[in-house]
Design a protein. Structure first.
Length: 712
C-alpha cells in the first residue's frame, strides 16, 4: 500500500433539498456513484467516511410550507424521514445522514461564520428593501407580488415575471404588495454580509490549475465561471427560516441581528461538516471530525449533479480557504443530467420516477444496475423502462443469475454440494483462473477513475466469462465421459461465483449478499459500515466487520476444496411487459395533464441494414375484422386480421391508445412472417405497423391495396 492510499477518504453526497422526495435523476447524479465509490474503497480496506443529510433551510421550503398551510419544520419533518427511508431501501451505505435543522449544524455554521468574519473575509452593505409592516418582516423575492414593469402582468413575483419571463428584483415591481398579508410594503434599510468572491479568484484559479485530472464537464463549467469573473455574493438574508446570524458578529458590526439568517447556499455545504461532527460524537470522539476535515491525511471528494458544480468547486472551496483550517476537495466528480424516456426530467410536470414508488414495486439492485450502466458521466443520459427491463432480464437474469444458478445446481447434483478439488486442470480451466486474477484491478481502476459505467461493465464481464467457460467445457457431457473434467468445471465455476460475490458488492449489494449466503462464503470484508446509518438494512453488515477477504483477494480462488455450499436460489425474476407498461402509464398519466414540452426530440435514426435483410420481411395489407380487450391486460388488444388468403390472430399492445371497437374495419399493414409469439397464454401471429408520434401516440400504417397484397 502506498503512502497516498493509506490516507482517509471523506466522501460527501449532495444534500437533498427536503421539499420533496428523491427521484432517479438524483440517484444517477450523485448518490449511486458515491455509494459505488465508498463500497469499493471500504472493500479495499480503506478508511472511509460517507456523509450526507437533508438540506432543510431556505426560502423555497418556506414557500412550499406556506402553500400547504403548515410550518417549515412540519414540511421538513415530513420529507426528511421519507428521503432517509428511500435511501435506506436503495442500499445507500452512509456512515451518517444528518439534517441542517439540527442544533449541531446551527452551532457549526455560526462558528464558521464567526471565524470568517474575524478574519475579515466578509464585507457588509446597507440597502433599501421591501418590508411588510403588518407581518413585521422583510419580503424576499417570492413574498412580494406586483405589476411587471415589462409587460404589465399584475401578478409578477419579486424575482421573476412568470408571464414574460423577465428577471426582476422586488424594487422593480410597480405597486408591490406582500403575499403574506397583502399589505403595501415600506422601504426600509437592511444591512447584509457578502463574500467577495472576486478577492479569492486568483487563489481559486491557481488551485483549480493543480487539478487537470478533474472531469472535463466539471472543468469546463468552472473555467466558464472564472472567465466571467466571480462577483460578491450575499451570505445573509432577512427571512424567518434559517440559521440565525451570530449576534456577537452582528453587534460588532453595529447591526441588529434580529430576523437575519445565513443564506442557505452558505450553510448547506457546512452541513457536511456538522454531519461529520455528529457522526464522530456519536462514536465517542467529539473532536474526531477534525481528522477528516482538518488533517492532511484526509482526501475529500464531493459527489454532486452538474447544477451544484459552482458551489462545490468555487464557493465552498473559497469558504474553506478563507477559514484556513480545512482540506480542499481532491476531486468533484459531478455527473450530468439523466433524462427519462427521451425527455428532460421535470418534477413540476410529473415527468419523474420517484425512488420510494419504485421501491414499492421492484428490487433495489435492479435499479442500481440499470442506472449504473447508464450514468450520465460525461454527457446527459437517458433512462427508459424498456432498457430497465432489458438490463434486468437479459443481463442480470440471463447472464449473472443463470451462471450462478447453473453452477450451484450442478455442484449440488454432481458434487454432493461440496467444492471438488481441482486435479489436472485443463488449459481452459487455467486460462479462466488466470483471467480471474486480472478482474479486481481492472474493475478497481475504473472505480478509482470515477468511470463507474466501465467498472460495472467489467464486473459483468466476469459473469459472461463464467457462462462462456461453462458452455465451452460442457460439464453435462463430461460428467459421463470424464468425471474429473466435470469436477474441475464445477470447482472453477464456484470460484468465479465466489469472486462475483465480492466484486459485485458495490453495484449489487443485496445480490452479492445472496450469493455469499448460497455459497456459505464467510469472512468477506464489509462494504457498508456495520455501525453506519442504515446498519439494520444493509446486507453486507451481516458479514464480518474486519473480515479477512478484501477486494484484491477476489482475484484468487476463495473456496477451499471440501467446503460445503448451500442450495441454489433464484436471484432475479424476469420483469414482464405488463409491469413495464404500468410504469409507462404511470409516468404518462400526470405528464399528459401538464402543458406539453415545447419541443420533443425525434427518435434517433437507426443504422443501415442490407437490402437482403430488409427483403426477409413479409409485409401484407390487411383489415381488422374483430377486436376485443384482453382480460387482465392493460396493454394488449386481441385482433383478427383478414389477410385475404387467411385470417390471423394478432395481439397488439395498443389498449392504451385505442378502444377495441374503434379498431374494427381499420386498414392495417402486418409483418406477416414474424415468428409466432405466446403472450398471456395466447399466440400472436404477426405484428401491426404503427407510426409513433413524439408524444407517444400511435397511428396505424394503412394501405388501399387488397387484403393480402405484398407491401414492399
Ligand atoms: Zn412581465
Amino acid at each position: 500500500m502506498t503512502e497516498r492510499e493509506s490516507r482517509r477518504i471523506l466522501v460527501t453526497a449532495a444534500l437533498p433539498y427536503a421539499n420533496g422526495p428523491v427521484h432517479i435523476g438524483h440517484l444517477a447524479g450523485a448518490y449511486l456513484p458515491a455509494d459505488l465509490y465508498c463500497r469499493y474503497q471500504r472493500l479495499q480496506g480503506r478508511d472511509v467516511a460517507f456523509i450526507c443529510g437533508s438540506d432543510e433551510m431556505g426560502v423555497a421550503i418556506m414557500v412550499r410550507a406556506r402553500t400547504e398551510g403548515i410550518t417549515p419544520q412540519e414540511l421538513v419533518d415530513r420529507y426528511h424521514p421519507m428521503i432517509r427511508d428511500a435511501f435506506k431501501g436503495f442500499g445507500m451505505s452512509f456512515d451518517w445522514y444528518g439534517r441542517t435543522t439540527s442544533p449541531v449544524h446551527a452551532e457549526t455554521s455560526r462558528d464558521f461564520f464567526r471565524v470568517l468574519a474575524a478574519k475579515g473575509a466578509f464585507t457588509t452593505r446597507t440597502e433599501q428593501q421591501l418590508f411588510d409592516p403588518a407581518a413585521g418582516i422583510f419580503l424576499a423575492d417570492r413574498f412580494v407580488k406586483g405589476t411587471c414593469p415589462s409587460c404589465g402582468n399584475p401578478d409578477a413575483y419579486g424575482d421573476q415575471c412568470e408571464k414574460c419571463g423577465t428577471s426582476l428584483s422586488p424594487l422593480e415591481l410597480v405597486d408591490p404588495r406582500s403575499t403574506l398579508t397583502d399589505a403595501k410594503p415600506e422601504l426600509r434599510e437592511s444591512t447584509h454580509w457578502y463574500l467577495p468572491l472576486g478577492a479569492s479568484q486568483a487563489r481559486l484559479e491557481e488551485w483549480i490549475g493543480t487539478h487537470p485530472e478533474w472531469k472535463s464537464n466539471v472543468l469546463g463549467q468552472v473555467r466558464s465561471w472564472l472567465a466571467d469573473g466571480l462577483r460578491d455574493r450575499a451570505i445573509t438574508r432577512d427571512v424567518p427560516w434559517g440559521v440565525p446570524v451570530p449576534e456577537d458578529v452582528a453587534a460588532a458590526a453595529g447591526v441588529d441581528a434580529a430576523g437575519k439568517v445565513i443564506y442557505v447556499w452558505f450553510d448547506a455545504p457546512i452541513g457536511y461538516i456538522s454531519a461529520t461532527r455528529e457522526w464522530t460524537a456519536a462514536h465517542g470522539a467529539p473532536d474526531g471530525w477534525k481528522d477528516w476535515w482538518q488533517s492532511p491525511d484526509s482526501r475529500l471528494f464531493h459527489f454532486i449533479g452538474k447544477d451544484n458544480i459552482v458551489f462545490h468547486c468555487l464557493m465552498f472551496p473559497a469558504m474553506l480557504m478563507a477559514h484556513g483550517d480545512y482540506v480542499l476537495p481532491e476531486n468533484v466528480p459531478a455527473n450530468e443530467f439523466l433524462n427519462i424516456e427521451g425527455r428532460k426530467l421535470s418534477t413540476s410536470r410529473g415527468w419523474a420516477v420517484w425512488l420510494h414508488e419504485y421501491l414499492a414495486e421492484f428490487e433495489p439492485d435492479l435499479l442500481r444496475y440499470a442506472l449504473a450502466t447508464t450514468l450520465p458521466e460525461t454527457k446527459d443520459a437517458d433512462f427508459s423502462w424498456s432498457d430497465f427491463q432489458l438490463r434486468a432480464n437479459s443481463e442480470l437474469a440471463d447472464v449473472l443469475g443463470n451462471f450462478v444458478h447453473r453452477t450451484l445446481t450442478f455442484a449440488g447434483r454432481f458434487a454432493d454440494g461440496v467444492v471438488p478439488p481441482l486435479v489436472d486442470p485443463s488449459d481452459a480451466d487455467r486460462a479462466v483462473l488466470d483471467e480471474l486474477a486480472t478482474f479486481p484491478s481492472r474493475i478497481g481502476e475504473a472505480y478509482e477513475g470515477f468511470r463507474f459505467r466501465e467498472g460495472v461493465f467489467e464486473t459483468m464481464a466476469l459473469a459472461r466469462l463464467g457462462n462462456k467457460y461453462f458452455n465451452d467445457t460442457e460439464p453435462w457431457h463430461t460428467r459421463k465421459t470424464d468425471p474429473q473434467a466435470c469436477a474441475n468445471t464445477i470447482h472453477v465455476s464456484l470460484q468465479l461465483c465466489a469472486s462475483l460475490a465480492v466484486l459485485l458488492e458495490p453495484v449489487l449489494p443485496f445480490t452479492a449478499a445472496a450469493i455469499r449466503r448460497m455459497l456459505r462464503l464467510e469472512g468477506v470484508a464489509t462494504s457498508a459500515p456495520a455501525d453506519g446509518e442504515f446498519a439494520d438494512a444493509v446486507p453486507s453488515s451481516a458479514t464480518v466487520a474486519g473480515g479477512r477477504i478484501r477486494w484484491a483477494d477476489a482475484g484468487a480462488p476463495l473456496l477451499a476444496p471440501g467446503h460445503a455450499i448451500g442450495l441454489a436460489e433464484v436471484l432475479f425474476r424476469k420483469i414482464e411487459d405488463e409491469a413495464i407498461a404500468a410504469q409507462l402509464a404511470k409516468l404518462q398519466g400526470p405528464a399528459a395533464e401538464a402543458a406539453p414540452e415545447p419541443s420533443l426530440p425525434y427518435a434517433p435514426a437507426k443504422g443501415h441494414v442490407t437490402y437482403d435483410d430488409f427483403a426477409k420481411l413479409d409485409f401484407r395489407a390487411g383489415t381488422v375484422v374483430a377486436a376485443e380487450a384482453m382480460p387482465k391486460s392493460k396493454k394488449l388488444v386481441k385482433l383478427r386480421v383478414d389477410l385475404g388468403y387467411e385470417e390471423r390472430q394478432i395481439l397488439a399492445g395498443v389498449a392504451e391508445h385505442f378502444k377495441p371497437e374503434d379498431l374494427v374495419g381499420k386498414r392495417v399493414t402486418v409483418v406477416a412472417n414474424l415468428a409466432p409469439r405466446l403472450m398471456m397464454g395466447l399466440e400472436s401471429q404477426g405484428m401491426l405497423l404503427m407510426a409513433e408520434n413524439r408524444d407517444g401516440s400511435l397511428h396505424p400504417v394503412s394501405s388501399t391495396g387488397e387484403n393480402g397484397s405484398v407491401v414492399r
